[in-house]
Design a protein around this ligand. Structure first.
Ligand SMILES: [Zn+2]
Length: 529
């Protein structure tokens, strides 16, 4: 007798192979049998005409702190996500060092300060998360930025010998605790202070664990091509596998460069370097407003950054670098004030600016845009998120259809009870948008290929051996959706909307979404490599 049988579905098993008719039997959290069957089960889900496929593995998530703060956030499961890869873009909530903990917290901003930081290691952090109850599985990466902050704060220089060995020790500990690899955010401090050689040295520590090097590369605009080369170089010299995060070319004059970067990836793969990339299906990106400032302004952490913004002579220097220099990921120069939108703001006084471009804010406040930027960062202690309209639709389609691309939302779990601000719609719509807009409507991908990019491909890259496919003995992470209606409902103006067409979601054999509604269960696990 099985626990569950999902009956009469079109099975897309995650390999990329064409669908077939079949039933799926689940017992003790595992898929026990696939095919036509007549046995009994405690529960039968008759899903005739719907597609059943493996649960989606979100290759690029920022839910790290949010899964502790909002453990019942629904925006990921409503899309069919059953596993989130956390610790991306160089930042994870651990390891934590006593002497630099305040700098780490300040750099994480707002919500991070609402919780008691009584963990120090990655495993202590995830034990706490697990105790709170998890909706989905978590596959953690450890952040290179977090490791570097623990070892040397926000120092803008190469590490001393003892600092380098401390970083290696912290990475080794995180890997031994089950991390799937480490990530970098090379436009964010202290990743932006880190030279290539230091990253190669650290990445060598991944090898014995077959860990992943995932990178928000050093530039996605004028320096995009060099930045992809750097990521490949790190993979080549440290002999580790590489994931280029949220791959794209930002800013109009850089559009089209993804043709070259995809060729670089192909060439590297031909040479035996395992490089792949991920992508979210939108033509706007999102980050923190402070990323509009040149790297040197971040030296010493948030407190020092705010001091610099107070200083009129520094303002002139910063303004000069934003106006003139393109040797860093200069978002204002590449995209312009009228393409950068204030997404979320903490203070009540400035909430009215959400959804407005920086150009518009400057107009309202009757200031020049530079002072608008500097003042807003000062008022909000550096913690403002933005959405930037900076990606080309043809580039997006080209990257999406490339065989080395997998899907990752770059979003985080968000509280459903009191939705705030205008966060990027990718938080709510990534997976249904690929399936609806890009598979059904525009036919950029076949349904089977899209599902491969959401399931077995990320599982393979991470080294998760028993998820990502509908196979006997695999964990029962499963999504049932309607291919005729699946679509995203979140927009830039109104992001807080769940998608359509995702009917059932199972995590570890438990049904957490039934007929589109959350069932109240918390079957998620913390996965360890
Ligand atoms: Zn990133």
């Amino acid at each position: 007798m099985f626990d569950i049988i999902i009956k009469g579905a079109r099975v897309i098993n995650g390999t990329g192979n064409a669908w077939f008719w079949g039933d799926i039997a689940i017992k003790d959290g595992e898929i026990k049998q696939i095919g036509k069957m007549h046995q009994k089960a405690k529960r039968i889900f008759d899903v005739a005409e719907l597609v059943v496929c493996p649960g989606f593995i979100d290759m690029h998530s920022h839910s790290d702190m949010n899964i502790l703060i909002n453990p019942r956030a629904l925006n990921k499961i409503m899309q069919g996500v059953t596993t989130e890869v956390t610790g991306n873009c160089g930042i994870s909530p651990a390891p934590v060092d006593e002497t630099t903990i305040d700098q780490l917290k300040a750099s994480l901003g707002g919500d991070a300060n609402e919780v008691d930081w009584n963990w120090r290691s990655l495993s202590e952090y995830y034990n706490q998360v697990k105790n709170n109850g998890l909706l989905v599985n978590i596959a953690p990466l450890v952040g290179q930025g977090t490791i570097r902050i623990a070892a040397m704060g926000f120092a803008y220089r190469p590490p001393r010998t003892e600092e380098m060995s401390e970083m290696k020790r912290l990475l080794q500990q995180a890997m031994a605790e089950g991390a799937f690899g480490f990530s970098t955010g090379l436009i964010y401090p202290p990743g932006s202070f880190t030279e290539t050689e230091e990253l190669i040295e650290l990445a060598k520590g991944l090898k014995e664990y077959d860990g992943l090097y995932a990178s928000h590369i050093r530039g996605e605009s004028s320096t995009l091509i060099d930045a992809v080369k750097e990521a490949i170089k790190i993979g080549k010299e440290a002999k580790v596998k590489v994931e280029i995060s949220h791959h794209k070319a930002c800013g109009k004059r850089n559009w089209g460069k993804v043709k070259q970067t995809l060729r670089l990836i192909e060439t590297a793969r031909n040479e035996g370097i395992d490089v792949t990339c991920d992508q979210y299906p939108y033509t706007a990106s999102s980050t923190g407003l402070s990323a509009c400032l040149p790297p040197w302004v971040h030296e010493g952490g948030v407190e020092k950054l705010l001091e610099r913004l107070e200083d009129p002579s520094m303002r002139i220097k910063i303004r000069h670098d934003i106006d003139e220099k393109d040797n860093w990921d200069n978002m204002v120069m590449e995209s312009g004030w009228d393409n950068i939108v204030v997404a979320s703001i903490n203070s009540e006084a400035n909430k009215y600016l959400e959804g407005k471009t920086l150009a518009r804010v400057a107009q309202i406040q009757e200031k020049n845009p530079f002072d608008t930027l500097f003042d807003l960062l000062l008022q909000e202690k550096g913690d403002v998120s933005i959405v930037i309209f900076d990606i080309n639709e043809d580039d997006l389609r080209l990257v999406m259809s490339h065989p080395t691309m997998m899907v990752g939302s770059d979003g985080s779990s968000l509280p459903s009870s009191s939705p705030e601000g205008k966060p990027h719609p990718r938080n709510y719509g990534t997976y249904p948008r690929v399936l609806g807009k890009y598979v059904r409507e525009e036919k950029v991908l076949t349904l089977e290929e899209a599902i491969r990019k959401m399931t077995s491909f990320p599982a393979q890259k991470l080294g998760i051996k028993n998820r990502g496919l509908l196979e006997e003995e695999y964990r029962a992470d499963i999504v049932v959706f309607d291919p005729a209606t699946v679509s995203d409902n979140a927009t830039y103006e109104e992001p807080h909307h769940f998608p359509e067409g995702i009917k059932y979601v199972f995590v570890n054999g438990e049904v957490i979404v039934a007929k589109g509604e959350y069932t109240g269960r918390t079957p998620g696990e913390v996965l360890r490599k």
